[in-house]
Design a protein around this ligand. Structure first.
Ligand code: CP
Length: 325
């Protein structure tokens, strides 16, 4: 059941962890998006009313640890801001300055941090499944902030919130997810989330950047960008993740840009008022042209970052509520 009073009610999740969108049912997905929308409204209002605190203090006395084994700007900072807005304390562990550099294993690091009794461990790791593994060894709740090529659940939720606030709906929208799908945890989480919520998804990528068994998702696949974005309401571009390449996936960046980079000329193939999304960080001139990315009328990229705080507030609140009850 969807919460009747969803705007004023923290979301109830069936798990004490948030490991992936695949683990959520559609009510949990919808309720998290509605609650994120509520926080997004409050953040906007709060910025216009200095000295008012519209937020709950559900994280008061609680500690979250941001444990990032891969670099991050948006996700790490927005978890920190979200936690502080809800009254909690945040510790940021930089792997480069931690005992991981002396050879400590992931599980030893996590159990060491767990011994300090944090309430939530937010983890980003290059290995798919690392958050699930940790969740079996520690008492804290685990939130997946991106694991290898697997999932990035809070990114998909903030993407859905961005879409919902702009279009008033998700179901029935034509959304083209374009680029390096093989290496994208954002694409995978969005396939689960936007697909479950009734969007008409299609995938656009060179065949060398498609993961094996991708056809099992059942979405149409295009190897031509202009064909793939035909009539799209939203063109979601993905970063070319060269750090995860295992061979010669593309002949050259220049050629990739010519064929799969989004610019205003190619964008003409989409629906007339199609909007552009990108999870960031962007490789300008590789998967997207600067003029297209910075077009205030059509680009939702900055809004996506803004929605990250509200979404992570909803997720932290839901997880902590599960621990309080
Ligand atoms: N979208 C995203 O995960 O960005 P960061 O790597 O900056 O966190």
């Amino acid at each position: 059941m969807i919460n009747k009073d969803k705007n004023n009610t923290p979301v109830k999740l069936s798990s004490k962890h948030l490991l992936g969108i695949e683990n959520l049912n559609s009510d949990e997905m919808l309720n998290l998006i509605e609650r994120s929308d509520h926080f997004a409204n409050l953040i906007t209002k709060d910025s216009n009313q200095i000295n008012t605190n519209n937020f709950s203090t559900i994280l008061s006395g609680k500690t979250i640890i941001n444990l990032f084994f891969e670099s991050s700007t948006r996700t790490r900072v927005s978890f920190e801001v979200a936690c502080k807005k809800l009254g909690g304390s945040v510790l940021n562990i930089s792997v480069s300055g931690s005992s991981v550099k002396k050879g400590e294993t992931l599980i030893d690091t996590a159990t060491t941090l767990n011994a300090m009794n944090p309430d939530i461990l937010v983890i980003r790791h290059h290995a798919a499944g690392a958050p699930l593994l940790l969740s079996k060894f520690i008492d804290a709740s685990v939130i997946n902030a991106g694991d290898g090529r697997h999932e990035h659940p809070t990114q998909a939720l903030l993407d859905a919130l961005t879409i919902k606030r702009r279009f008033g709906k998700i179901a029935g929208l034509n959304i083209s997810i374009c680029g390096d799908i093989a290496n994208s945890r954002v694409a995978r989480s969005n396939m689960y989330l936007l697909g479950s919520l009734g969007a008409n998804l299609c995938l656009v990528s060179p065949s060398t950047l498609l993961p094996s068994k991708i056809e099992n998702f059942g979405f149409p696949i295009f190897n031509d960008l202009e064909e793939g974005i035909h009539n799209a309401d939203i063109v979601m571009m993905l970063r070319l993740q060269k750090e995860r390449f295992q061979g010669k996936e593309i002949p050259s960046q220049h050629e990739y840009y010519n064929l799969f980079g989004l610019d205003n000329k190619k964008l003409k193939k989409s629906a007339p008022n199609a909007l552009i999304m990108h999870p960031g960080p962007m490789n300008r001139g590789v998967e997207i042209d600067s003029i297209t990315a910075d077009d205030d009328e059509r680009s939702l990229i900055t809004t996506q970052v803004e929605m990250g705080v509200a979404t992570r507030m909803a997720c932290l609140e839901a997880i902590i509520q599960n621990r309080v009850l």
